[in-house]
Every structure is written in C-alpha cells, then in structure tokens.
Design a protein. Structure first.
Length: 261
C-alpha cells in the first residue's frame, strides 16, 4: 500500500519549470545594472513577468545610421545564461555592426509562453528603462525554438530582416507571406541557416526558386555580393557547425551581422 501511494505521488508531481520560466519567476522589476566597458555599454533590467532584458551599445555606436538588432535564444537555457555562456556581447562586438543590441527572455521549452508577444512594447520598455532610443529599423535573429516569438513580430512594420538560425520548425506560411508582402521601397529579407532543419528548409525553398542557396557557411568576414545581400530569401546549409555550435562557436553570429550590414 505504501509503495502504491509513493508511486501515485510521483506520478502526480508537477514538472519542474523550464529554465526561462524559472528565470522569469526569480526576476524582479527593481533589478537594474549599467556597466560601462572598454568596448561598449551593457545594461540589464528586470521586469515583473517577462524576465530580464539585456541591452548592449558598442563604443562606436552612431544613432543616425544604426539599426536595432534583437537576439532570441533557443531552448534549454535562459537569457542570462545565454548572454554569458554563449558570449553574446563578445559576438556582437566582433561583428562591428552599428546597432543597439537587445536580448530579451525567450522560450526555453515547448510548453513556455511567448513572453514578448508585442515587439513595440519591448522596444518602448527598453527606451523607458535605459534612456536609449532603439533605432526604427529592426533586425531579428532567432535560434531554434525562438521562431514562435518571431512569428508574433512579423506585423511590426519596421522589421526588415529575419534570421532564423536552425529555427524553421514551423509557421512556414507566415514567414512566406511576410517576406513576399514587402511594399515598394521597403525591403524585407529572410535568412535561413539549416542544420537540424536542413531538410525542412529545403522543402520550404521549393516554392521559392529564386532563393539564394549556399552549400556551407562562408568563413568569418567573407564578403557577400550585393545581389545576395539584397535577395529576399537566403539559405545557408551548415556543415561545420551543429545546432548549438551555430550560436556558441563565436563564428556565425558575427559573420551574419557583418555580412548583411
């Protein structure tokens, strides 16, 4: 009887929270850090129910020509761990991109909600908390399961480039409609990098014969022709980096940010 009760108790035990949900619960709105480094300024602030947000402004930042780059981490981590363990600030610095970099909390498991469904609200809060006005032009880079958050942001008019790093796991029609609906004078670009998602991405591209395809990733700081940088859809198959290596190696993100500047 005792063994049966123990078994029932284990069966009814709640699942532990995912890293992102645990981080959101542990983060308070009063948290604020402003750190000035040799290569830039790093700010981190907390929110009441959406976790932490990191903002990085490079030392050579020029607001008049800058863009806002938002990076969304993938599964099995939270924003603080991703910033530290993936050396995201170092990768942003190495890109040489003139941008205000924003890294909010993102989903870390299939059961997680989209913490930031409203991109405009996120950018407004960044300005309010940091006193730094995000540039109007927006680029979003999402790794893995971050695609679910990116889909929520496709209606944001200033969004001009979406980069899915091994992240095309679904919502194909929404991404196809977004990149195809660019108005005259306003460019939109979808950049896809595939490792685990390679076969799915190739299926997606069958409906886009004009997409530019690469059999492997170029090397750090290799230049891209203007025709590629302006293409609506660009696909890179990854042979050198696996799913996590794409964002932890320190090679891909700086190159993407540099090559598509």
């Amino acid at each position: 009887m005792l063994a049966l009760l123990a078994t029932l108790s284990l069966a009814q035990a709640p699942e532990p929270p995912t890293p992102a949900v645990a981080a959101v619960r542990a983060t308070s709105e009063s948290e604020f850090v402003d750190q000035l480094n040799e290569d830039g300024r790093h700010l981190r602030f907390g929110t009441r129910d959406k976790g932490a947000v990191h903002v990085w402004r490079p030392r050579a930042y020029r607001p008049a020509t800058a863009v806002t780059v938002i990076y969304l981490h993938g599964f099995f981590t939270d924003v603080d761990r991703a910033v530290l363990e993936h050396n995201l600030l170092g990768q942003f610095r190495d890109s040489g991109r003139n941008a205000l970099f924003v890294v909010p909390e993102a989903r870390s498991g299939r059961t997680d909600p989209v913490f930031w469904a409203d991109l405009k609200a996120l950018l407004s809060l960044v300005q309010q908390r940091t006193k730094l006005k995000p540039p109007e032009r927006v680029v979003v880079i999402g790794h893995s399961g971050a695609y679910k958050t990116v889909v929520e942001w496709l209606e944001h008019e200033p969004l001009e480039q979406v980069v899915l790093v091994d992240g095309l796991y679904g919502n194909d029609e929404e991404f196809r409609d977004w990149v195809s609906a660019a108005e005259e004078g306003r460019a939109r670009q979808l950049v896809l990098v595939g490792f685990d998602t390679q076969q799915r991405t190739e299926w997606f591209l069958k409906k886009h014969p004009d997409a530019v395809k690469f059999d492997d990733l170029p090397y750090l700081y290799d230049e891209l022709p203007a025709s590629v940088r302006k293409a609506k859809i660009v696909f890179f198959q990854s042979e050198r980096f696996d799913h996590m290596g794409l964002v932890t190696s320190g090679r891909l993100l700086p190159w993407l940010l540099h090559a598509f500047r």
